[in-house]
Design a protein around this ligand. Structure first.
Ligand SMILES: [Zn+2]
Length: 329
């Protein structure tokens, strides 16, 4: 099933078989054609809010920082993949001080027709990116988040070193050598439907405390250790609204780099209808028919009344596709 969800249009070939080839990687790092993204504390570098991918050919002074930093500590540089034989890397400058960073940004501006170079918060920059660009930067951000949280060994506390182009870390203690790999946290997100013997089907939507008032969305929650996805769906639905479900079916998935989740979307059939909400998570929850949902406003509309979640979210995909299916039945 194809979809238009944000972060689901990755154009890069991850070329994982090349990550262990350090000579090949070194050649690509020094190549004038390779493409670099620059990251600093949750932000990516932009020139005039439009250019965020830099090659040594086109922006030699921007890329100078690569040789300067990578000789000191190569864990800053991560290989992302290939596009038409061009290697893409992300460079994490988060350890750079604000003073150093400011000097570098000014020099970039001076050498690029006085265009403003600045770091922009990833989430806020999403409106500047198309779906493919957002997918690359979300992948880069998720990898850096993992690297920053895996700097030390969880077994013995020693430092870890970066290997395989930034996709593996290993403890430097020779007696330990524990390895760490990038992690993704699975989250189930589910539309709960009820099909009465007569009359239209209904789906359960809830107002969450974490979203603006009157935005009605699906339920969601992290998968517990030792739990299947269907068990996680049943448990979360019962915990949040006191409803029992059966017939859990997978619909689609979406990487969610805030910070490193994978949203797994389901439809679950309710076997009961009496709602009892978990008040710490939810403001309210109710059953709605497709006809009622079609009257909802859009996220961000400045009017009174129920609103839908953001268009690019998997919650919205679950709601829209459920409503479409009600036309068919
Ligand atoms: Zn260790």
């Amino acid at each position: 099933m194809s979809n238009d969800l944000t972060f689901c249009k990755m154009p890069l070939d991850r070329a994982s078989h090349l990550r262990k080839n350090s000579a090949w990687l070194a050649g690509k790092v020094s190549s004038n054609d390779s493409c670099f993204y620059f990251y600093w504390q949750n932000k990516f570098l932009y020139l005039e809010q439009e250019i965020f991918a830099f090659s040594k050919n086109d922006y030699p002074n921007v890329s100078n920082v690569i040789s300067m930093k990578s000789t000191k500590n190569n864990h800053h540089l991560t290989f992302l993949g290939l596009h038409m034989n061009t290697a893409h890397f992300v460079f994490d400058l988060s350890n750079m001080s604000e003073v150093e960073l400011e000097q570098w940004l000014q020099s970039i501006g001076q050498n690029n027709e006085q265009r403003t170079a600045k770091f922009i918060d990833f989430r806020r920059s999403l409106s500047l990116l198309n779906a493919k660009q957002a997918s690359i930067l979300s992948y880069a951000k998720a990898l850096i988040h993992w690297q920053q949280s895996a700097m030390f060994c969880g077994c013995c506390g020693n430092e870890t070193q970066s290997l395989d182009g930034g996709h593996r870390r290993q403890c430097i203690n020779e007696k330990c050598q524990t390895e760490q790999f990038p992690r993704t946290d699975p989250v189930v997100i589910m539309l709960v439907e009820y099909r009465p013997e007569s009359g239209p089907a209904m789906c359960l939507l809830a107002e969450h405390h974490r979203t603006p008032e009157q935005v009605y969305s699906t339920l969601a929650g992290f998968v517990d250790p030792g739990e299947s996805l269907a068990e996680a769906v049943s448990r979360e639905v019962f915990e949040e609204v006191g409803i029992n479900v059966a017939e859990v079916s997978f619909v689609d998935s979406q990487p969610w780099p805030f910070p490193n989740s994978l949203m797994l979307g389901f439809v679950a059939r309710a076997t009961s209808t009496k709602i009892s909400i978990e008040e710490e998570e939810l403001r309210s929850a109710d059953w709605f028919t497709a006809e009622q949902i079609r009257e909802f406003q859009e996220w961000g509309d400045d009017v009174d009344g129920p609103k839908l979640p953001r268009k690019e979210s998997i919650a919205r995909l679950l709601i829209d596709s459920w409503c479409e299916n009600q036309h068919l039945s």
